[in-house]
Ligand binder design. Sequence first.
Ligand code: GCB
Length: 667
Amino acid sequence: MKTYRNTLRIRGDDAAMECASKEVFATTVEIISLKQKFIICPWFSRFCPVRRTRASLPLWAFAGYLFGMSILSASAQAAIQEPSVAPPTLLVAVDHRPTISLNGDWHTIVDPYGTGLYTFHGKLRTDGYFMNGYQAPGGEAPEYDFQKSPVLHVPRDWNTQRESLFFYEGPMWYEKDFSYRRKPGTRVFFHVGAANYRSYVWVNGQKVCEHEGGFTPFDCEVTSRLKDGGNFIVMAVDNTRLADGIPTLQTDWWNYGGLTRDVSLVEVPEQFIDDFDLHLKRGTQTVIEGWVHVAGAAPEAQTTVSIPELNVNEAAKVGTDGRATFQFEATKLEPWSPEHPRLYRVHIHPGQDDLEDEIGFRTVEVRGTQILLNGSPIFLRGVSIHAEAPYRTGRANNDEDMNMLLGWVHELGGNYVRLAHYPHDERMTRLADRMGILVWSEIPVYWAVEFDNPAVLVKAEQQLHEMIRRDRDKASIVLWSVANETPVTPARVEFLKALVAKAHEQDPARLVTAALLVRTEGMTKIIDDPLGEALDVIGFNEYIGWYEHTPEDADKTVWKIAYDKPLIVSEFGGDAKYGLHGEPDTRWTEEYQANLYRHQLLMLRGIRQLRGMSPWILMDFRSPRRPLPGIQDYFNRKGLISDQGEKKEAFYILQKAYKEGTIGETE
Ligand code: GCB
């Protein structure tokens, strides 16, 4: 699909709805008489010529608050009153809907200076790369051409696909041609599983949406933008790290950029299910409760939920809020558990739409210092995992990656994983559902984000919302985590308490946690972070024997815990390079790491209210913070398994403890 330069004036109509100054706006209107509205500029974007100015800041902060969504969505709504750039809807269970995959090769242009969007004076271009132009005979000569540009495979990060992109952080343009035929009575969404970190989407030269956040899905409505026959999508994905981003500038993982998860077109009827929550009611073994939200449904429209294997066929009417609520008895229900990960086919049918999901039903709750699964105390024998692909490295994004990672968890004797430090691919949580592995899922509120910046809270809330919405139907997820190792300040406590409250409000059926830092006084470790008051389960990280003291010092450590709640040690560990051997007190050797694990396990056994653990970490992973030549080579080596799948000695120490049950008091 090509666009002739001389058609730009017509097509530029909507394409000019990019971030721009007022001056550009005026010029644009004059040239192409836009049905244009206000023009906006996300202040933090590398694409943006006007970075945070005094005048724009209050306006943006205000817009962010007003709409309570991402800054992008909020600002888009405030500034551009056009349905095509409405905030991305979030469809749910997209992997259970028929979709038209747009995975595969996309043409790409690396654009470190944002030339595809801005002129040499930093003004918005009306003929930017989003127009997908090329040189027509006798026409002007655009200085780009997607068709002649190299391809990148989607889904996959760009860093591990092309050597020159290994350290690249910045904007990348993606383009894909496809043909399409509209079906009457349908709405069409462009679904992106994840794109790191900010995304801008145009269809046939017209802007359709923006999204911020690298690990959650978004959907752009493209119904009126598609035409019968040839179409093209252009995306700009920018993984520039931002001080006011979630995460922020510092992370101990690779900032893999690009379209890292599946992309597709999703066709839905005009009235469609855009959210639902069906779960086992706490305190019961057989009562299922919840609701189904139907977008576009008329009040009183009938929605049914049926579970044929349980002889359930229930109907309810949609209320004025678009929700049909349910509560019904399923007498033959077999609850989901790690030992018996029973999933049921659940049909949801609100008139026109029809969705079939696979759902497990279980309860999870806290009683004193116990975690109860289906009413019985449980210990979470786990390990932490990054979404790093075994062997080839890069973002994990296919079934093989997921099977391998969770297969190792089973081999360890585990029943639980902490999916650090951001929501992983939906394949992972689906697989955990099928394999019976309990999950801690987290948003990347990691280390020192701008806790005193209200706009950052809006972003965190957005990511939390998107994570919960995508995975509410997964029985495996028992814990939502709102943060990891954040510095204890009053602003941060308020910020995180707000997130905890949101998580409870959006999902009252699960537990909320965070990985806290621990205070040290001599050989005493103290957990008294004020955030603990708000959490259901307290996660804590400690690195005795690696970042402080010796592994043996764990034996003398005394624990003081201010809360009478269940505790999970969400991280402990130390580095070892696979194949490097030596004395147990020699750093980086497998023996050192194994020794550290032995002492840690002994110490942890003594913590009365410990109900779970996820040592750091299952497999070595890439990190730009780890340059030590010959040992790290840009890998964090705390894995129990190397990036090449080789098991280190410590793997077997943990496996023995899990399999023999020498760790894991449930009450
Ligand atoms: C931590 C972080 C984790 C790091 C780890 C380490 O506390 O939560 O993201 O990778 O320590 O290896 O230092």
